[in-house]
Design a binder for this molecule. Structure first.
Ligand code: SAH
Ligand code: SF4
Ligand code: F3S
Length: 470
């Protein structure tokens, strides 16, 4: 898409007042604040971006609603990682057509990774005329201006500049959680795994200044947050090419030194950049959770090469073994793709073998989905979809067995947990290892650390009781 304007990389709060004034001047606008319905698709990066969008909206005087029918602004923050993700967005956007017909004043807007692709923006322009505002990932900070132009200009606004992306600090934020927070430490991705759309829609890798990260973390701890999850597509390459010389292990150490009782988590790690020093650091940092999400994608060296992942199965296994030796009890989770172009039964069996060897506590499993413009989309892909779904089921069945055995092995132990919420008749406690236990207890424990005794395991569901509040 054409670069319409060189985006200023600072947050210009000027348009906030203009949007406020726009709604105040509508009939009855002095009595009633406008309502926004913001829906997020995709990963935590998008969830975090939506918190910034909601921060900007709150400053513009918006209230929020779960009901699109009641909203003055309906905004979808979209994901492009697999075809299914895009289909879901298109399906949900299509369903908004009737709302726009009944209430022509409503503004329907799309942002995020999916619309950053030129062919998608074009399709929206042509086939979804009721969508009035579309903006890409690089102009999040210009949202008030773009919103104002769409509202006051009474015209469709499409703003999807290409480019590497930048870092914009000082955007307001309205966090979804009261005791768990996302903290972006970097944006973009330079890895270009051959199947993946993310580097194309999120721009080049760029790291935030460590001081800004520490400042935000301190503020969260002061605000009573008990868990901070650091976000980046590849957190292990944090700080690369920057003058400050702070790399990811060093950043973890600095965060760990912030006084207070809280856990630090992070995602996602790329195996090619995970070092022994990182695990040595984790071993020494008591606030860093004993859990590592380390996507391996495939257990076959041939496929890993075709995926452009930059490590072998042997290196991956060795790294995990080292981690388990220096951080006893650390749990591993991972992402896996089944049915990458050219994958054979033998390759797939190598993936099963790796799963058995590592013993993940849980896996996020995906069937390969071709993404337009990525190298893998042009590769020969002879295996029928039906076979891929059979492999997929075989893999999930294996993982179920492994997880059930792991759950059973935890019965009888006492662990520290964060009480996160409630289900029907139980509270949900999350262990440092990122495993959820259903416990009995008072609702007042939600948002607090507690000592939990694990008393039972049925298939993958662990049950227990709260021994002490911590
Ligand atoms: N940056 C992270 C992952 C981001 S995408 C990392 O490198 O680990 C999340 C997961 O989606 C990936 O780990 C991968 O397993 C899956 N994925 C990405 N592109 C895909 C595609 N085209 N088809 C199927 N799964 C895909
Ligand atoms: Fe995609 Fe690979 Fe970057 Fe992860 S590291 S976002 S899988 S290109
Ligand atoms: Fe999807 Fe974009 Fe995340 S493509 S997975 S929302 S970075």
């Amino acid at each position: 898409m054409k670069d319409t304007k060189a985006a200023p990389d600072i947050f210009d709060a000027g348009y906030i007042d203009r949007v406020r004034a726009f709604f105040a001047s509508r009939p009855g606008g002095d009595k009633k604040s406008p309502l926004a319905h913001v829906r997020t698709f995709g990963c935590q990066q998008n969830v975090s971006d939506s918190e910034r969008i909601k921060g900007m909206l709150a400053q513009m005087g918006f209230g929020f609603t779960e009901e699109p029918e009641q909203a003055d602004l309906i905004l979808f923050n979209t994901c492009a990682v697999r075809e299914h993700a895009e289909d879901r967005v298109f399906g949900n956007v299509g369903a908004l057509k009737g709302i726009k017909r009944r209430r022509p004043d409503v503004l329907i807007a799309l942002c995020g990774c999916m619309v950053q692709q030129e062919h998608v923006a074009q399709r929206i322009k042509e086939s979804y005329p009721f969508v009035g505002l579309v903006f890409g990932t690089h102009v999040l900070h210009r949202f008030p201006e773009l919103l104002y132009n769409a509202l006051a200009g009474q015209k469709r606004v499409f703003e999807i500049p290409e480019g590497d992306g930048s870092i914009v600090e000082d955007l307001p934020v309205r966090r979804d959680g009261k005791f768990k927070a996302w903290l972006s430490i970097m944006y973009g991705c330079d890895n270009f795994c051959s199947y993946c759309i993310v580097p194309y829609v999120r721009g080049r890798e760029r790291s935030r200044d460590p001081e800004r990260i520490l400042e935000e973390a301190r503020e969260l701890v002061r605000g009573g947050y008990k868990e901070i999850t650091l976000l980046g597509q590849n957190v292990n390459s944090y700080g690369k090419g920057q003058e400050h010389g702070v790399d990811f292990p060093e950043l973890l150490r600095m965060l760990n030194d912030i006084p207070g009782d809280f856990w630090i988590r992070f995602m996602t790690s790329h195996p090619k950049d995970a070092t022994r020093r990182l695990f040595d650091t984790i071993a020494e940092c008591e606030k860093v959770a004993r859990h590592f999400h380390l996507p391996f994608q495939s257990g076959s060296n041939r496929i890993l090469k075709a995926m452009n992942r930059g490590y072998t199965r042997e290196q991956y296994i060795e790294l995990v073994e080292y981690a388990k030796s220096v951080v006893p009890g650390i749990s591993f989770t991972s992402d896996v793709i089944v049915g990458f172009p050219g994958e054979t039964r033998e390759d797939f069996e190598q993936t099963l073998d790796l799963i058995r060897r590592v013993g993940f506590t849980s896996l996020f499993t995906f069937i390969y989905s071709p993404r337009k413009g990525t190298p893998a989309a042009g590769m020969e892909d002879p295996v029928p979809h039906k076979v891929k779904t059979e492999w997929f089921s075989e893999m999930t069945a294996l993982q179920e067995q492994i997880a059930a055995a792991h759950s059973a092995s935890m019965v009888g132990s006492v662990r520290r947990a964060l009480i996160e919420g409630e289900g029907e008749g139980y509270l949900e406690a999350r262990l440092s290892e990122n495993i959820v236990v259903r416990v009995e207890g008072e609702k007042s424990l939600i948002g607090k650390f507690a000592e939990v005794e694990i008393t039972g395991a049925r298939s993958r569901v662990l049950t227990g009781r709260v021994k002490n509040e911590l």
